[in-house]
Design a protein around this ligand. Structure first.
Ligand SMILES: Cc1cc2nc3c(=O)[nH]c(=O)nc-3n(C[C@H](O)[C@H](O)[C@H](O)COP(=O)(O)OP(=O)(O)OC[C@H]3O[C@@H](n4cnc5c(N)ncnc54)[C@H](O)[C@@H]3O)c2cc1C
Length: 387
């Protein structure tokens, strides 16, 4: 094999791509991982929140990845009603800069050829069924490609996947780090309301003492150029006066259904590129870790078996579907119902009824039941989703 010829080439060194690289290389395959940025994980385009299980199921977390341990969440409704929610499981705010870089280091230590500052501009299928990947200065070939290029995923389109998103299925996000004495290091706070984040919510995720990721997502349908940034700064000025604000960025969350099929002959789609995100909350880290790990193992086994056909790789989709497929379909359906049925008045009503309950007994299931019991038709539809 020449230096630029690999068993498996992976594009994108986010959690999905680097986990795929790590798991495939552990099975002794010749793996390349391409990342267009010089430094993995920078800038961080993420609130960095994750549940304990969603992290430790795939990796042994290093202490330096964990910025805050979250004890509770507070939801603030449009009229300012506060509802405290007990944690159903341990959860954390991560340091993605450190975590993303460390997963790549683990992959490199396990034999992966890592190419930072390498923008893959095209992927073509060759006559011998291998793939040719081109960057502005070089070309590479591989028997299998794993596309992990994130929400924009231009490369999936090169291979015939339709990654177009409806406006209502993209959350337009603006976010920044805020340094302020008003931040509680153990509490995540969520704000809703058409004035603060139309069609979405504001999050305040603490990163240790006196610092937080503060961001908001608004429905693409209700967004205009500059709107998310304007709303974010209005929110920060109101809730965290005289704070220091740095690392402002924008980004998008695909709040849609995962793409089907997830595989083609010799190609697999993972992470945000595959829309493997919880459409209701926007969370995607743990799904990307799982998808990357699964895709890496199945790609490596296909190489061992000497067949990289669709039917050989389809096992990845089967495993994904069994583990998270249904759960994500429900989240998408709930997002759709709520987008059509909820408004400030509805959110205020739910918050008011929950605020009368014992905070120790409120968990996300309770919030769910309250939300749907306010609307019997919605409740009926929601129950059908869980059958
Ligand atoms: C504002 C915001 C807040 C979020 N908050 C949370 C949260 O709190 N919790 C949570 O679980 N999820 C959150 N998410 C979602 C989470 O960040 C993503 O689901 C996750 O990062 C997806 O991982 P990935 O590996 O698929 O993609 P990414 O992390 O986006 O990685 C893709 C990588 O591919 C690289 N790339 C792209 N194109 C090319 C190319 N042509 N050549 C080479 N490299 C390329 C990119 O540079 C990037 O490094 C948030 C997302 C946003 C935008």
């Amino acid at each position: 094999m020449s230096d630029n010829r690999f068993d498996i080439a992976i594009v994108g060194a986010g959690p999905a791509g680097s986990m795929a690289a790590l798991s495939a290389s552990k099975l002794n395959k010749k793996v390349a991982l391409f990342e267009r940025k010089k430094d993995v994980g920078i800038p961080v385009r993420c609130g960095e929140g994750i549940g304990y299980k969603g992290l430790v199921s795939y990796l042994e977390p290093h202490k330096s990845w964990l910025k805050s341990m979250i004890k509770k969440s507070v939801m603030i409704s449009p009229d300012g009603t506060r509802v405290e929610i007990a944690n159903v499981e341990e959860s954390y705010i991560l340091d993605r800069e450190k975590m993303d870089a460390d997963i790549v280091t683990l992959a490199v230590n396990s034999g992966v050829a890592f190419y930072p500052s390498t923008n893959i501009t095209s992927i073509e299928k060759c006559n011998d069924s291998s793939y040719l990947l081109k960057s502005p200065s070089n070309s590479y070939s591989a028997s299998i490609v794993i596309i992990a290029d994130g929400v924009e995923s231009k490369l999936a389109r090169d291979l015939g996947w339709n990654t177009c998103l409806r406006l209502e299925d993209i959350e337009t996000c603006a976010f920044a780090r805020v340094v302020s004495p008003f931040i509680d290091k153990e509490t995540c706070v969520f704000y809703t309301g058409s004035n603060v984040a139309p069609g979405g919510y504001v999050w305040v995720f603490p990163r240790g003492v006196g610092e937080a990721n503060v961001g908001l997502g608004i429905s693409g349908k209700q967004s205009q150029p500059g709107r998310a940034k304007e709303l974010l700064y209005a929110f920060i000025n109101k809730e965290f006066p005289s704070s220091r604000v740095y690392n402002f960025h924008c980004g998008g969350v695909p709040a849609t259904k995962w793409i089907r099929p997830l595989v083609k002959d010799g190609a697999l789609l993972v992470g945000d590129a595959a829309r493997q995100v919880n459409a209701l909350s926007g969370a995607g880290i743990s799904y990307s870790l799982f998808a990357g790990q699964t895709a890496g193992v199945i790609a490596a086994k296909a190489i061992t078996n000497g067949s990289v056909s669709y039917s050989q790789l389809l096992q990845y989709e089967t495993v994904w579907k069994k583990r998270f497929g249904k759960q994500q379909e429900r989240s998408f359906a709930l997002k759709e119902y709520l987008a059509k049925n909820s408004n400030d008045q509805f959110l205020n009503k739910i918050a008011l009824s929950l605020s009368k309950e014992n905070p120790a007994k409120i968990n996300y299931l309770r919030v769910f039941v309250r939300t749907f019991s306010k609307n019997p038709i919605l409740m009926f539809k929601a129950i059908k989703l869980f059958k």
